[in-house]
Design a protein around this ligand. Sequence first.
Ligand code: GRF
Length: 191
Amino acid sequence: MRKRTAIFISGRGSNMEALVRAAQRPDFPAEIALVLSNRPNAAGLKFAKSCGIATAVVDHKIYAGRNEFEAAMAHILAIHRIELICLAGFMRLLTASFVESWRGRMINIHPALLPQFKGLDTHARALAAGVSEHGCTVHFVVPEMDAGPIILQASVDILPGDTEASLSARVLAQEHRIYPLALAKLARGEV
Ligand code: GRF
């Protein structure tokens, strides 16, 4: 049975798109059963709908707090019988209790070679630090931000003349390559 997977997004959703396309292959071990966004106007929702994938908007702004917001998400995940979660540009921090309830079943993609450059603006920070290599990481989500066990990483060389835009584009291409590989490993029980 293919693992019923939800993808959480907040915006563009290009990683979600890469996961959806990979999961369209009949031999892929996960099925994208739900795309959930905390932003009603997230661009990625259109693509998910155009593929006939169930979508949900859980707008964090209308809830009294994080617990209520997460309870609403948990309810929708249960309705869709979700087994795995991929965070893909989901810009809300999750509580320790939500994270614990998905321990080993929720993964994230981060645009840096963790443990380097946790948090935001990773490409600008990598350029400013003068490192020669940069990249991306798929990791299990734990309560501490950008800190869980690493599943896969891909690195790119930083080239002379690189800008934040050129570097982020090169890293993004690697994100789109490794996120489906990592989800497949998780769904097959290989990690
Ligand atoms: C990606 O760079 C991802 O690594 C980071 O947020 C960005 C989301 O981009 N967590 P997209 O929405 O997948 O296009």
